[in-house]
Design a protein around this ligand. Structure first.
Ligand SMILES: Cc1cc2nc3c(=O)[nH]c(=O)nc-3n(C[C@H](O)[C@H](O)[C@H](O)COP(=O)(O)OP(=O)(O)OC[C@H]3O[C@@H](n4cnc5c(N)ncnc54)[C@H](O)[C@@H]3O)c2cc1C
Length: 310
């Protein structure tokens, strides 16, 4: 029996773990992989204490800190969470079933898919969701970045330093990125911004060869290229908690100022929580609150039990 099980091994999960063990809580982090979204960042320049630090260095430091503090970590996926009548949470994974007095959901966000033919089939064979990770594979080649927000403009800018030619494929005519970033992209001679271009399909035999889109004149265009970076936002995969939490339209969890959800003992922290800004430091702050609140919840439950016995 754990005092708390934390779902997710990103910055929020690691922070919640460290704070929980410091309150002598028996703590298990279950995460699909270490690092969370930091894996997609290259250099981090706004994490206090480090003027600049690479993603892998920061992830290693996070994990080392958690493990040395006494957090147990299992790399697998949580597939179901149930709450028994006695208030204990039952957490299922392909690696076994675990029980805990509290759960902290720190599942973060994952890339949104385009959902067009060819995307899944060619994923990893020219279709990528991370310019910082896969960018170097396209040295001197032609690529497209699909999207209109900061992450798309950022990816186009990154790729313009590696690829020979970059198309930024924007569905509408408006950009959702910061003005400074838009200006920077527009100033790059090897980036061509295609507006009112609706991606219909990604085509290729075994690897990406064409991005098919419909232009403003309703013409179908086959754009020859070597890679497609999909940067159309991130989604929360919170269906496994649907019976226990309230969610916004994006599936992000609503939590109160103690990071507690509508289910007592179930807390949420980090990018998976409905909030305006998504940053490492914000995720960590919420995770700190979640861990301390989980501790307080257990104390209150114990007090109630003792009063009943009296
Ligand atoms: C390209 C990029 C660059 C960024 N750069 C910066 C930056 O420079 N500075 C900054 O402050 N922020 C940056 N961010 C944002 C930052 O990465 C996030 O705010 C932060 O990682 C959120 O942490 P988290 O722990 O809440 O979620 P995540 O980092 O998303 O981690 C959640 C983890 O939970 C796992 N998970 C999900 N569901 C399950 C399940 N069912 N079972 C088990 N595990 C599960 C996921 O696989 C993931 O590993 C960047 C993000 C991106 C995408």
């Amino acid at each position: 029996m754990y005092d708390t099980i934390i779902i997710g091994q990103g910055p929020a999960g690691i922070t919640a773990g460290i704070y929980a063990v410091r309150r002598e809580m028996k703590t298990l982090i279950i995460g699909k992989e270490p690092g969370g979204q930091i894996i997609w960042a290259s250099e981090i320049e706004n994490y206090p204490g480090f003027i600049t630090i690479t993603n892998f260095e920061l992830i290693d430091k996070f994990n080392e800190h958690a493990i040395k503090s006494g957090v147990e970590i299992k790399n697998t996926e949580v597939t179901s969470v149930q709450k028994r009548e006695d208030g204990i949470f039952v957490v299922e994974t392909p690696a076994g079933t675990f029980e805990a007095k509290t759960v902290i959901a720190a599942m973060g966000l994952a890339p949104r898919r385009l959902s067009v033919p060819g995307e899944m089939e060619l994923s990893g064979r020219g279709v990528s969701y991370c310019a910082n990770c896969d960018g170097p594979l396209y040295k001197g080649k032609t690529v497209a970045v699909v999207g209109s927000g900061n992450s798309a403009f950022d990816a186009a800018e990154v790729m313009s330093k590696i690829a020979a030619k970059v198309y930024l494929v924007v569905r509408g005519s408006a950009f959702k990125a910061f003005d400074a970033l838009v200006k920077e992209v527009q100033a790059r001679p090897n980036i061509e911004v295609l507006t009112e271009a609706q991606t219909l399909e990604i085509k290729g035999e075994n690897k990406v060869e064409f991005l098919v889109y419909k232009n403003a004149k309703e013409e179908i265009v086959n754009l020859p290229l070597d890679g497609v970076f999909v940067e159309i936002g991130r989604i929360a995969s919170t269906d496994l908690l649907r019976d226990f939490v309230e969610r916004d339209q994006q599936g992000q969890i609503l939590a109160d100022d103690k990071q507690e959800t509508k289910t007592p003992g179930l807390f949420a922290a980090g990018d998976v929580v409905h909030s305006e800004y998504k940053q490492i430091t914000i995720a960590m702050g919420q995770a700190t609150v979640a861990a301390l609140s989980a501790y307080q919840y257990i104390q209150q439950q114990e007090t109630k039990k003792h009063e009943l016995v009296k």
